[in-house]
Design a protein around this ligand. Structure first.
Ligand SMILES: [Zn+2]
Length: 359
């Protein structure tokens, strides 16, 4: 089955996967369907946090691109996480061990994280032969980021786990995107919110707009949609986050007037996003592809293979990508060129056509 074949059912799966997650209030087993026993891990310390650096640039050639089978028109997994809880409540939750296991799998499979903003900009600067992955965390939970008494990421938060994996696998770049609402990371005080956001931005993470109250934008009037986005944008500005380049639709639910998800203004404040993300249910096409829809970028829910997740969640899709290496984005290591097999040359967006290395 190709990515193209599943595209037409994505809209349905998008809604199904998310609704199932939200209504699944029954307590789940303490270990998830793909959970593993805990193991000893090294916790990040102030002295040893790996940096979110980019590799030294190389110049790709037809020969080098062919040798590593570079394909910068291949698909990219954008993985969607919600709460990270030792005891899952909703099926959308992942345990720290499940997150660690998935990130270690990505590291072993030569994936390198980039932020959602880097992805939509086409700023995919990762080593030759590796694959980009976008790690996205929704709703700003305390289990994504919280500082301990030393001001360091608290144990078993998403940020702490990302660093643990980066320490174990130095090729794993410790970056991710956090889409937050009016209480980022569960913090109510703006001074605390400012400290948290500063820590994340200073370390290379992205913190961006996910509406003020996590409203279902489809049921709101256009003016209310704009208000939801502007109120959150104003908060993010007050607490020191850079202007959001990306936006994730709560529940993946699109407003009736689609354009207000990326452009609009309310009460004298305007906004624009370069990329809008959905909540399901397949890998995204490359931002260099003609078919890239920057205002409807699909994501993959992190989960096992039960129920709806049989075909739509991360365990399924990461396995699919392993079995279809020619469909996956593989970098040439050269940020100034887009390398691809000759057969795909017609699929590149005209804006990038001059940068092509085809083999
Ligand atoms: Zn959300």
């Amino acid at each position: 089955m190709t990515v193209r074949n599943v595209a037409r059912v994505t809209a349905i799966a998008n809604v199904v996967v998310v609704s199932v997650g939200l209504v699944a209030l029954a307590l789940l087993p303490k270990t998830g369907d793909d959970g593993r026993a805990s193991r000893t891990v090294v916790h990040p310390s102030k002295q040893a946090l790996p940096a979110a650096t980019k590799p030294a640039p190389v110049t790709a050639t037809v020969e080098s691109a062919r040798k590593i089978k570079a394909n910068e028109l291949g698909v990219v997994p954008v993985i969607m996480y919600h709460r990270i809880l030792a005891h899952r409540i909703s099926s959308l939750d992942r345990t720290p061990e499940q997150l660690r296991t998935e990130l270690e799998r990505l590291a072993r499979d030569h994936y390198v994280p980039i932020t959602a903003a880097e992805f939509v900009r086409g700023d995919i600067d990762i080593p030759a032969g590796t694959h980009p992955v976008v790690l996205t965390f929704d709703d700003g939970w305390p289990s994504h980021f919280a500082a301990d008494s030393q001001g360091m990421p608290r144990n078993d938060t998403a940020v702490s786990i990302i660093y643990q994996v980066a320490m174990k696998y130095p090729s794993f770049r410790p970056v991710a995107t956090f889409w937050v609402n009016h209480h980022p990371f569960g913090l109510k005080d703006e001074a605390d919110q400012t400290r948290a956001v500063k820590w994340l931005i200073d370390h290379g993470f992205e913190v961006a707009n996910h509406t003020w109250t996590h409203a279902d934008l489809h049921v709101l009037k256009t003016k209310q949609v704009k208000e939801q986005i502007v109120r959150e944008g104003r908060l993010l500005k007050r607490i020191g986050a850079p202007e959001s380049e990306t936006f994730a639709l709560p529940y993946g639910s699109e407003p009736k007037k689609l354009s207000v998800a990326h452009d609009g203004s309310w009460d004298g404040t305007s906004y624009h996003f370069d990329g809008v993300f959905l909540a399901g249910a397949e890998p995204s096409v490359s931002p260099y592809a003609k078919t890239f829809k920057r205002y409807a970028i699909p994501r993959i829910q992190s989960n096992g293979t039960k129920g709806e997740c049989k075909r739509w969640c991360s365990t399924y899709w990461l396995g699919w990508l392993d079995k279809h290496p020619a469909e996956r984005y593989t970098a040439d290591g050269d940020p100034n060129h887009v390398s691809l097999p000759k057969a795909l040359q017609g699929n590149i967006t005209p804006k990038r056509a001059k940068m092509v290395i085809a083999y």
